[in-house]
Design a protein. Structure first.
Length: 340
């Protein structure tokens, strides 16, 4: 009888502990959402119609466009009439049937059309797939095949490490790289498989590529992501691809980059990235996630909103957004890039 009573008492304690824990998480999440909204007021969204520099703020030194391609990356760099495309968003022929999405090639090409010269041609100084997962590089074959696109250099690193078997078989990362290479070769674009390890210019932007060396451990394709560090008018932006905190890579990147002003979250705001230790290394003024806010993991939202007080903007929620840097070093954010 005593054992039965103890068992019932234990179950009640466990039940109330679980309920209390879930309630605490729920309340903490509400607090993080409220705080995030408060921090975002530091960078009020401007209307796309007024994307040019506000009066008296100098001129545009550089702009980073985060296109809305669902939970995938497609980032356009712009400075002084020079453009580059980092990742391409989802493509239309994903080999992984379990994670298929609508292709976003047409949306990307339509947006790139705003960068066209008088003859309708769109010149990209370089294009860069950070890695070969389909949500980052699936749209490149169609984009590079478009006759209105000219690319100066296609950075296409060789496959490296020991990809996980499902990445090769179900996710088709080798096949995706092959398609990009074929599209670039068909158009006669320069393909560079050894990526520059020294900073280079894109207009007034200084671009530096990180995570170029193959690590000692097989970490999978996410942690093969090329990370892009941008400096412009005294401000810094860090585009983290899909790097994670596993094996210490995120911390290594944070040490190399140092404090930045703009952070593109690694791996779409999922749980194994954007750790508190990383945020304390890079100390961003604002963060962007290429995902819906509701798909960002709670621990990431807490790290940003509660512990480091960083405003978080979503390329999906805002239907595309651009972060502009003026020659005076001021920053503002524009939303709704894909307006009709």
């Amino acid at each position: 009888m005593i054992a039965i009573r103890n068992t019932k008492k234990t179950r009640k304690i466990i039940t109330w502990a679980v309920v209390g824990g879930m309630a605490a998480i729920f309340l903490f999440d509400i607090v993080s959402v409220l705080l995030s909204g408060a921090w975002e007021k530091r960078f009020p969204l401007t209307d796309p119609a007024s994307i040019e520099m506000p009066s008296g703020d100098g001129v545009v030194a550089g702009r980073i466009h985060f296109l809305n391609t669902d939970n995938s990356d497609c980032v356009l760099l712009e400075s002084r009439g020079h453009f580059a495309l980092v990742d391409s968003g989802w493509g239309s022929d994903n080999p992984n049937e379990n994670s298929r999405r609508p292709g976003y090639e047409r949306r990307v090409l339509d947006y790139l059309g705003r960068c066209a010269a008088a003859d309708g041609k769109i010149t990209l100084d370089f294009v860069l797939p950070t890695h070969y997962h389909y949500d980052h590089a699936g749209g490149f074959p169609a984009i590079l095949s478009d006759p209105d696109i000219d690319a100066g250099t296609v950075y296409l690193r060789e496959m490296r490490g020991e990809p996980r078997q499902y990445e090769l078989e179900s996710w088709g990362i080798e096949e995706n790289r092959r398609r990009i290479l074929e599209a670039a070769n068909a158009r006669g674009f320069q393909v560079q498989t050894i990526l520059p390890d020294k900073p280079f210019q894109l207009g007034d932007m200084t671009v530096r590529l990180l995570n170029l060396e193959e690590g000692p451990k097989a970490r999978g394709e996410n942690d093969n992501s090329i990370v892009v560090l941008i400096e412009c008018a005294g401000k810094k932006a860090l585009l983290c691809g899909d790097v994670t905190a596993m094996y210490g890579l995120e911390k290594e990147i944070g040490r190399q980059a140092g404090p930045v002003d703009i952070l593109k979250l690694g791996h779409h705001g999922y749980s194994m990235s954007t750790t508190l230790s990383f945020l304390r290394l890079v100390r961003p003024q604002l963060a962007v996630v290429t995902n819906g806010i509701g798909q960002v993991y709670p621990n990431v939202r807490w790290n940003l909103a509660v512990f480091t007080r960083v405003p978080l903007f979503s390329s999906v929620r805002e239907n595309g957004l651009a972060v502009t840097i003026s020659t005076k070093g001021n920053i503002w954010v524009t939303g709704n890039l894909h307006r009709p």
